[in-house]
Design a protein around this ligand. Structure first.
Ligand code: ATP
Ligand code: MG
Ligand code: MG
Length: 377
C-alpha cells in the first residue's frame, strides 16, 4: 500500500519510518516545487505528482499550510484524509474560531481585525494584554505580536497598517493567565471510532515548543475525559479521519482550546517510545482504513526538542530509556533539528533522567530543561 504526504519535512519522514513495518510505502511532496520526493533523502523519485496521486491508496498532509489548489487537486482523487475543510480550519484562524464557536467549544475571547480601525475596540473588549495572530501561515510563534499595555497600541497600529488585513485578517486574542499548556493528540477512523493518547504537558519558550511530558503530572480522570470529549466533538463535527492535535490551556479545572493542528503534532512525538502505537503509525492506519492501534502508555515520557543546534553529544543515547530522532536538516536559528524521547517508570525518575541528559547538551539551547528536571524530581 502507498500513502502520499503533502510536505516533506520531519513529520513525513517519521510517517515513512512508522509505515514501513506495515508494508506501507510513504512518498512525500515538496510543495515548493510540486515534486515527489523520498521522505528521508528528500531526493526526487522521478514519479510525477499526477502518477503519485493515482498510485496512492491514501493522501494526507504533514502541515496545514499546503497551497489550497494542491489540496483541491488531491481531493479530486477521493483519497485525501483528513478532508479539505478540516485542513483549512487548521490553516486559517478565522475558520478555526468559527468552528469552535459553532460547536460551543471554550476558547480564548477574540476579535477579528480586518481594518486598523477595528483596533479601537480591542482594549474595551479584550483588555490591555492581547496577542495578535496572523490568521494564516503562522507557526512556532511566528506571525504574532504581543501587546502588554495600552501605550503599545499606536505602534502596533502603524505596524498593522502595512499589512493587507482584508486578505489576511488578524485575530486579536485576550492574553490568558493559564496554569499550564497541555495538548490532546488523538485519532478518528473512517467508521467514526475515536482513540485519544494521554494528555501531554507542553513547555514553550518564545512561542515554540521545547519540552512535552506525557502523561501530564496530576492527571485526573475528569481532565482527561473533558479533553477527550472536546476531541470527539470536534473530530466528529469535522468528519475527521486521521490524527488531530488539540492545543489546550488549563485554567483550574477548565480547558480552553488554543488551536488545532490537522495532522501529527510535535507534542505527540513522545508516543514513538512512550505508547503502544505511535501517532505516526496511528495516522497511517487511520487514513488507510486499517484498525486503530492500542494507545496504552509505556511508563512516563518526555520529549525534548533540539532547536537551532547540532553541538550535543550523541552519547546521550547511553541513558537507559533515551532515544534520539534526528531529522537531517541544515542548522538554522530556531529550527527544529531533532528530538529526544526519554521514557521512565515514574515522573520522579523521569526528572532524574532529564538531569542526566543535561550533561550531554549545550544548556543555552535548552532553556526549559533544568527547571523541568527539577520540577519532576
Ligand atoms: P504552533 O507552532 O503551536 O502552531 P503558533 O504559531 O500557531 O504555534 P499559538 O499556538 O497560537 O501559535 O501560540 C504560541 C504560544 O503562544 C502558545 O503555545 C502559548 O504559549 C502562547 N499563547 C498563544 N495564545 C495565547 C493566549 N491567548 N494567551 C496566552 N498565551 C498565548
Ligand atoms: Mg499553530
Ligand atoms: Mg500552537
Amino acid at each position: 500500500m502507498r500513502v502520499l504526504v503533502y510536505g516533506s519535512g520531519q513529520l513525513a519522514q517519521m510517517m515513512y519510518l512508522a509505515a514501513a513495518p506495515l508494508g506501507v510505502i510513504v512518498s512525500a511532496v515538496d510543495v515548493s516545487n510540486e515534486t515527489v520526493v523520498h521522505p528521508v533523502s528528500k531526493e526526487p523519485t522521478g514519479v510525477s505528482l499526477q502518477n503519485a496521486i493515482e498510485d496512492a491508496n491514501a493522501i494526507t498532509v504533514e502541515f496545514e499550510h499546503v497551497p489550497e489548489h494542491l489540496l483541491l487537486d488531491a481531493d479530486k482523487s477521493g483519497k485525501l484524509f483528513p478532508n479539505v475543510a478540516s485542513i483549512l480550519a487548521g490553516a486559517d484562524r478565522v475558520r478555526e474560531k468559527a468552528l469552535l464557536s459553532k460547536h460551543e467549544i471554550p476558547n480564548c475571547p477574540y476579535l477579528i481585525i480586518t481594518d486598523v480601525t477595528d483596533l479601537d475596540n480591542v482594549i474595551a473588549s479584550l483588555g490591555e494584554r492581547v496577542i495578535f495572530k496572523a490568521s494564516r501561515d503562522g507557526y512556532d510563534g511566528y506571525g504574532q505580536w504581543r501587546m502588554q499595555s495600552a501605550d503599545q497600541l499606536e505602534k502596533l497600529k502603524s505596524e498593522f497598517a502595512k499589512l493587507d488585513l482584508v486578505k489576511v485578517p488578524l485575530i486579536a486574542e485576550r492574553m490568558m493567565q493559564f496554569d499550564r499548556e497541555i495538548s490532546l493528540v488523538g485519532a478518528r477512523d473512517s467508521e467514526g471510532n475515536v482513540s485519544c493518547f494521554s494528555l501531554a504537558e507542553n513547555l514553550h519558550f518564545e512561542g515554540q515548543l521545547h519540552v512535552s511530558v506525557a502523561p501530564i503530572t496530576d492527571l485526573s480522570d475528569s481532565l482527561q475525559s473533558q479533553a477527550n470529549e472536546i476531541f470527539e466533538k470536534l473530530a466528529t463535527a469535522m468528519d475527521y479521519v486521521g490524527v488531530l492535535a488539540v492545543e489546550l490551556f488549563q485554567c483550574g479545572e477548565e480547558l480552553l482550546v488554543n488551536e488545532i493542528a490537522p495532522r501529527v503534532h510535535n507534542s505527540g512525538h513522545w508516543t514513538q517510545q512512550g505508547c503502544d502505537t505511535s501517532q505516526f503509525e496511528q495516522h497511517i492506519r487511520a487514513v488507510l482504513g486499517l484498525p486503530l492501534g492500542a494507545v496504552d502508555v509505556r511508563g512516563v515520557s518526555a520529549m525534548v526538542n533540539i532547536i537551532g543546534c547540532t553541538a550535543f553529544s550523541r552519547d546521550l543515547i547511553g541513558i537507559a530509556g533515551a532515544h534520539l530522532h534526528w531529522y537531517g536538516k541544515e542548522v538554522r536559528t530556531k529550527r527544529k533539528m531533532g528530538h529526544i524521547n526519554v521514557v521512565a517508570d515514574s515522573h520522579s525518575h523521569l526528572g532524574n533522567k532529564l538531569a542526566q541528559l543535561l550533561a550531554f547538551l549545550p544548556v543555552e539551547h535548552f532553556p526549559e530543561l533544568e527547571a523541568e528536571a527539577n520540577r519532576l524530581k
